[in-house]
Structures are given as C-alpha cells and as structure tokens.
Design a protein around this ligand. Structure first.
Ligand SMILES: [Zn+2]
Length: 144
C-alpha cells in the first residue's frame, strides 16, 4: 500500500528540480551580462581618466616650459560643433580614418599635393578630406 500512495512523486520531484535548474541557469546568464556591463563601465572610466590626465599633463608641460610645448587649445567645443556639422552633411559619418593614403569616408586616394599638405600640418591640426569634407584621423598607417 505505501507504493500506491507514492505514485506520481517522481513527476513532482522532476518538476521541482527543473525549476531549480532553470533559476540557476537564469541567474548565471544574468551574472554574465552584469560582468559585461561592469567591464564596459571600467573601460569608459579608464578612457575618461587617461584623457583627463593627458590634458593635465599637457597643460603642466606648457606651464613648465612654454617655449618647448604648444599651448593647449580650447578648441574642443569648436571641433565638436564642426564634427556635428560635417556629420549632418555627410550621412552620419563626420570623421574618417586616413588609411594607406585613402580617405575611408569616401574611399578616394589623396593626391601627392594633398598628402604633402597633411604631412606638413601640425599634429593637432584638424585635417579635412577635400573630396567629402570629413575630418581625417591620421594614424601611423596613413601612408603620408
Ligand atoms: Zn573623403
């Protein structure tokens, strides 16, 4: 008779274990998502911190020896408004990498005169593509 009363307990135990395992799996998924967000926050914090430290170092270098270092400019707001204008005018992409003598915004190769002009420009000058008008970002791979 005790066997008759225990009929169906396997189903109940299985359902209970399945619900426990489902809760465990859901919590693991939530944990991995939280880890991703934490990493992203750490990256953004590091970017902001090192950007701020670079600004402070640049300003202190200028104050230390203004004949050797260039004055830090306050053109950040102007550059941002220029970027917003160019971005609105050129389909959502305001800046492009200059990669192997080619603007990656319009994919056109810069001629020798243009490359010479860019090569002679100071590092902090804002260079724009003559064809598409986008702000060009120079890298070691620019081919200048
Ligand atoms: Zn271009």
């Amino acid at each position: 008779m005790p066997l008759k009363r225990e009929r169906g307990i396997a189903l109940v135990v299985t359902l209970f274990l399945m619900s426990v395992l489902s809760a465990l799996a859901a919590s693991l998924m939530f944990l991995s998502q939280t880890e991703t967000y934490a990493s992203m926050n750490y990256k953004m914090m590091s970017l902001a911190r090192y950007g701020a430290e670079a600004g402070v170092e640049r300003a202190s270098n200028f104050l230390y020896d203004h004949t050797k270092y260039t004055r830090p400019t306050t053109s950040g707001a102007d550059l941002l408004s220029l970027y917003e204008r160019v971005r609105a005018a050129s389909g959502g992409v305001g800046a492009a990498r200059l990669y192997q003598r080619r603007c990656e915004g319009c994919r056109l190769e810069l001629n020798a005169t243009e490359r010479g002009r860019i090569r002679a420009a100071p590092d902090d000058a804002v260079i724009r593509c003559e064809e598409c008008g986008r702000i060009l970002v120079r890298t070691p791979d620019s081919g200048l």
